[in-house]
Ligand binder design. Structure first.
Ligand code: AMP
Ligand code: ZN
Length: 112
């Protein structure tokens, strides 16, 4: 399958890793939108939040717990934002489920 995040998960495309275990990978975004901008992905291919099921969704909880740990390690005690873009209107450009961990600056609301 020609999926860039599957290739990153397998180490076929290099990334700057922030965390890795057998289920998930966290790596720095190539085009950071905040002083800290990390992507967290399941290693298994899930195309988007729309493809989550009772069987495969436990990884989302693991991703959120890991994001909170990374935020603490990286000194984001003033807060941070976790974003999932889903589908065309959501602004999803890579069709492999991922969560953006953004921090190190004050975030605006609503997002554009
Ligand atoms: P989204 O728009 O939510 O689908 O986010 C995709 C994100 O992946 C964007 O923020 C891109 O900058 C990022 N991205 C795409 N390719 C790579 C890559 N090879 N390494 C790191 N980040 C990437
Ligand atoms: Zn994939």
């Amino acid at each position: 399958m020609d999926c860039v995040f599957c290739k990153i998960a397998k180490g076929e495309i290099p990334s700057k890793k922030a965390y890795e275990d057998d289920q998930i990978l966290a790596f720095y975004d190539l085009d950071p939108q905040a002083p800290v901008h990390i992507l967290l992905i399941p290693k298994a291919h899930i195309a988007s939040a729309n493809e989550l099921t009772e069987e495969n969704s436990a990884v989302v909880s693991h991703i959120f717990l890991t994001a909170a740990k990374l935020a603490k390690e990286l000194g984001l005690e003033k807060g941070y934002r976790i974003v999932n873009n889903c589908g065309e209107d959501g602004g999803q450009t890579v069709q492999h489920l991922h969560f953006h961990l953004l921090g190190g600056r004050s975030m605006k609301w609503p997002p554009g």
